[in-house]
Design a protein around this ligand. Structure first.
Ligand SMILES: Cc1cc2nc3c(=O)[nH]c(=O)nc-3n(C[C@H](O)[C@H](O)[C@H](O)COP(=O)(O)OP(=O)(O)OC[C@H]3O[C@@H](n4cnc5c(N)ncnc54)[C@H](O)[C@@H]3O)c2cc1C
Length: 468
């Protein structure tokens, strides 16, 4: 977004101090109105918070912020990446206790939805069940999701410190003013294409699991799946069951299988793991306390991340892949499309695999530069470590009022931010910051009722504050 030309012919730069007014003032209203289809925001109608993204993080953030009395506008396709970026036959990797979207009040967990629609609880949870639950949740809590995409965000740099804010340009050209912005885009534009495959892309014979192909469509075809994380293994299992001739290639010497999911109410054997279901006994508890993780030196943070985010497959996939050939401890040297619908996968050491299609389950490189969302001025002002913003309390970046939730928050608040379960920490933390309230020095990412031992909703204010 460059200059905006007003009806009177005056040019105005979004980041210009000389603009001198908050967008809600009358001059700015005229400015917005003069810009094509711009939506005019009055002081009263400018939102307190614009939430960009309507996945689990954007939805939970909206629920908490509204519970705190803030005016919130939420953009994006409701659960967009779950609907369009995952195989429809998928089963969730997270267990029942770690698959609810956070809400400050009781009655919104996935168990509550199963009870309300009288459907038997299913573990692992089928994707369709989770999507139905999320639609039910969103209908009750955020029925007004705005499906428009946000094209760009920039900061209004005005002299009055009480009046700083942001402007969002939407896909249809409309402009929206907001005092705070929460970016929750998940793995948007983050699919990782390794160098050895780059020469083969883009091609119809090579795709990434994020492209969400119809895996049943591979019946009778030769498919090489590269990777040994959940999405690679799950895609391989679904295609194999559909009748594809599947092989898996992984540089890991073995597949890391996750422990079997606990049945509802079952006590875990051995040392207890946190109910977040992310990581092992030590790394899992560190990850379950994001405030403690935040204080760790970088070396320790990386160790916790490795323990929690290493490629692994859900236990249920083990039997489903028993007949699928696996080339383990093998690096791919090169992937090359050799002819009409034929691909060669050369492995280090000389072996050559031939396939009709290569599917990359090679993970995600999350980097806010790849979102293409922030204006150059705003992007330059966000302090980052390896593409992830350095966040402080309340998930606020080095730009006051600009927050990031979800996978880009892993560097600052740990691996649970890659999973639905992290919404229970993110929602209250963000909201306390937006309301200028202090939280406890540290807290777990879940809350357990002392009476029943079950997970309970987490408020954004502490019990002490809510009593006073
Ligand atoms: C194959 C796969 C399986 C997974 N399985 C599990 C699991 O079993 N359990 C688990 O806990 N986690 C799982 N995850 C991780 C999961 O992605 C995260 O838990 C969760 O989706 C993160 O939520 P989010 O809100 O940050 O992002 P997302 O759910 O990715 O939502 C992103 C939102 O941003 C919107 N958006 C994107 N660009 C724009 C734009 N420019 N303007 C406006 N809106 C925009 C999208 O429409 C969408 O609404 C899985 C991930 C993958 C890829």
């Amino acid at each position: 977004m460059g200059l905006i030309r007003t009806a009177g012919g005056r040019e105005w730069h979004p980041g210009e101090r000389a603009a001198g007014y908050w967008l809600s003032c009358s001059a700015a209203q005229r400015l917005l109105a003069s810009y094509g289809k711009a939506q005019v925001m009055t002081k009263e109608s400018a939102v307190d918070v614009a939430v960009v993204g309507a996945g689990p993080y954007g939805l939970a953030a909206t629920a908490y912020l509204r519970d705190a009395g803030l005016r919130v506008h939420t953009f994006g396709e409701g659960m967009g990446s779950w609907r369009t970026g995952m195989p429809s036959q998928m089963l969730l990797r997270s267990s029942l206790r770690a698959s609810s979207i956070a809400h400050p009040r009781a009655g919104f967990r996935i168990e509550d939805w199963y009870a309300e629609v009288s459907r038997p609880i299913s573990q692992p949870i089928p994707l369709q069940d989770f999507l139905d639950y999320a639609s039910w949740w969103a209908r009750k809590v955020v029925p007004d999701i705005d499906p428009r995409r946000v094209a760009q965000i920039w900061r209004t740099d005005v002299p009055d410190p009480g009046s700083k804010g942001f402007v969002l340009r939407l896909s249809d050209g409309a402009l929206i003013a907001a005092r705070r912005v929460v970016v929750a885009l998940g793995f948007e534009s983050s699919a990782r294409w390794p160098d050895e495959v780059a020469a083969a892309s883009p091609d119809q014979a090579v795709s990434h699991v994020a492209d969400n192909l119809d895996l049943a469509g591979f019946a009778g075809r030769r498919l090489v799946v590269i990777g040994s994380g959940q999405s690679a293994l799950e895609s391989a299992a679904i295609a194999h069951e559909a009748g594809a001739d599947v092989q898996i290639v992984s540089r890991s010497p073995q597949i890391n299988w996750l422990s079997p999911m606990l049945a509802v109410g079952e006590k875990p054997p051995g040392l207890p793991r946190p109910p977040t279901d992310v990581g092992g006994v030590v790394t899992g508890w560190l990850a379950a306390a994001p405030d403690a993780y935040h204080l760790l030196p970088n070396r320790m943070r990386r160790w916790v991340q490795r323990g929690c985010l290493r490629p692994a497959g859900a236990h249920q996939l083990r039997a489903r892949l028993a007949d699928v050939p696996m080339h383990l401890a093998r690096r791919v040297d090169k992937v090359r499309v050799v002819g009409e619908g034929e691909v060669h996968v050369a492995l280090e050491g000389g072996e050559l695999l031939t396939a009709d299609h290569v599917l990359l389950g090679t993970g995600y490189n999350v980097d806010i530069r790849r979102f293409g969302l922030l204006s150059p001025e705003l992007l330059a002002a966000v302090r980052c470590s390896e593409g992830m913003p350095q966040l402080r309390t309340g998930f606020e970046s080095s730009v006051p009022g600009l927050h990031f939730l979800g996978s880009v928050a892993v560097h600052s608040f740990g691996p649970i931010n890659r999973f639905i379960t992290g919404t229970w920490y993110a929602g209250p933390g963000l909201t306390r910051r937006a309301r200028g309230q202090r939280g406890p020095a540290w807290c777990f990412a879940f809350s357990v009722s002392p009476d029943t031992g079950t997970l309970e909703p987490r408020r954004w204010v502490s019990r002490r504050q809510s009593r006073s």
